[in-house]
Design a binder for this molecule. Structure first.
Ligand code: PMP
Length: 428
């Protein structure tokens, strides 16, 4: 494969955009080399500026669950654009997507749309703080909830990729209100509750972590978290930016049968346009401005193009009763195939998977939290990444990211991928 044009574009981009990218992990810094510049995409495939074709296992970091350039979603955007691209007034479209989301997701009465997952999580904790009249929050090491100040403390994703424990620019005052717990460690959470009695507004968690690779919650961990929050008058926030509309119609709440108090969305809910949302029961959501005192706003929130894409996406998911089963089967097939070839080739690895979220860690021991995720062999990952890329398989350029499986993948694509993993792992 040639990356000549991408390399040249990266040089040009780096002169006018910090690091040449608008979001850090895209820069390939963790794996070395220059990022591929994508020209277009269709279904399960990406095509770069050099004319290379890739099977895509990132899928815009989650949104493209039905594949790239999905015809109905693209058409919805085109038709809507002809009517004007932004009004800053309410539209009927916003109510339609809100009604559908409320019908698909358990336990929510109202939903507010924003422009990114970051905004959704940031607004959710403000709401939780306003509602409970408390300041502190608990987050889990290795979980990523976007780049707003309160969350940039032992966050996963790009911060782990670049080894940044705390971002400069986050004040001590802000950092002191964010308490850290270990994922899957309920005793740790209990100790924090005891040490901070009546002070904790919310616990925010990725119900399946996807920002330190994919890490499933241990049996009963989320249930125990639910009970602890209820006992302490603390709100449980599920950050379903990755898991929402991906693990099931109703996301992780439905999959695990657990009800959170506020649920954050992003990625799939926007069908590939910039959308986030947060939702909950009436009593909590009515605390938001203009009904209540907690302020939150956005010039482009509920933007008609974004809402048209999101509505079409949710409609497609809602009308396809077999979709989530199909995604689970495809991902299980990939898991089984990779497991076989990696084992046969004597590689030390762990594969974690929940539904269509999956990741390979180069460590033979179980990976269940941020510390165990860090044990993975990064040099092996780098080689794995680049050798797969050369064969036209595009996985996330960091060991701290989950892969997202799209329904556009065929079993031939999966077989080819397993064959490539076999070839690559013979020389890891
Ligand atoms: N929460 C989670 C769980 C995420 O994975 C992400 C982004 N990957 C975010 C929040 C932030 O979303 P955005 O990048 O849209 O701001």
């Amino acid at each position: 494969m040639l990356y000549q044009r991408s390399s040249q574009l990266f040089v040009e981009a780096s002169k006018v955009i910090p690091g040449g990218v608008n979001s850090p992990v895209r820069a390939f810094k963790a794996v070395g080399g220059t990022p591929i510049f994508v020209k277009e995409a269709k279904g399960a495939y990406l095509f770069d500026e050099d004319g290379n074709k890739y099977i895509d296992y990132i899928n815009s970091w989650g949104p493209m669950i039905l594949g790239h350039a999905h015809e109905a979603v693209v058409n919805a955007v085109i038709e809507r654009a002809k009517l004007g691209t932004s009004f800053g007034t309410p539209t009927a479209l916003e109510t339609k997507i809100a009604e559908l989301a409320v019908a698909m997701v358990p336990n929510i009465d109202k939903i507010r749309f924003v422009n990114s997952g970051t905004e959704a999580c940031m607004s959710a904790i403000r709401l939780a703080r306003g509602y409970t009249k408390r300041d502190k929050i608990i987050k889990f090491s290795g979980c990523y909830h976007g780049h707003s100040d309160s969350f940039l403390i032992a966050a996963g994703s790009g911060l782990s990729t670049f080894g940044i424990p705390n971002s400069p620019g986050v004040t001590e005052g802000t950092a002191k209100d964010t308490l850290l717990a270990n994922y899957n460690d309920i005793e740790n959470v209990k100790a924090l509750f005891e040490a901070n009695k009546d002070e904790i507004a919310a616990v925010i968690i990725e119900p399946v972590a996807g920002n330190m690779g994919c890490i499933p919650p241990k049996a009963d961990f989320l249930n125990q978290l639910r009970s602890l929050c209820s006992q302490n008058g603390t709100l449980l926030i599920f950050d379903e930016v990755m898991t929402g509309f991906r693990l099931a119609k109703g996301g992780a709440q439905e999959l695990f049968g657990i009800q959170a108090d506020i649920i954050c969305f992003g990625k799939v809910i926007g069908g590939g346009l910039p959308v986030g949302a947060f939702a909950g029961r009436d009593e909590i959501m009515n605390y938001l401005s203009p009904l209540g005192p907690v302020y939150q706003a956005g010039t482009l929130s509920g933007n008609p193009l974004a809402m048209a894409a999101g509505l079409q996406m949710l409609t497609e998911l809602n009308n396809d009763p077999e979709l989530f089963k199909r995604l689970d089967e495809k991902t299980a097939y990939l898991e089984k195939g990779m497991h076989e070839v990696l084992s046969n080739n004597g590689v030390a690895f762990t594969i974690n998977r929940v539904g269509s979220m999956i990741s390979v860690h180069f460590d033979k021991d179980p990976v269940y939290d941020f510390n165990t995720a860090k044990n993975g062999d990064n040099d092996t990952f780098k080689k794995f990444f680049h050798e797969l890329l050369k064969k036209g398989i595009y996985i996330a350029p960091s060991a701290y990211e989950t892969w997202f499986i799209t329904d556009a993948l065929s079993y031939e694509d999966l077989d080819y991928t397993i064959q490539c993993v076999d070839e690559v792992s013979q020389n890891l």
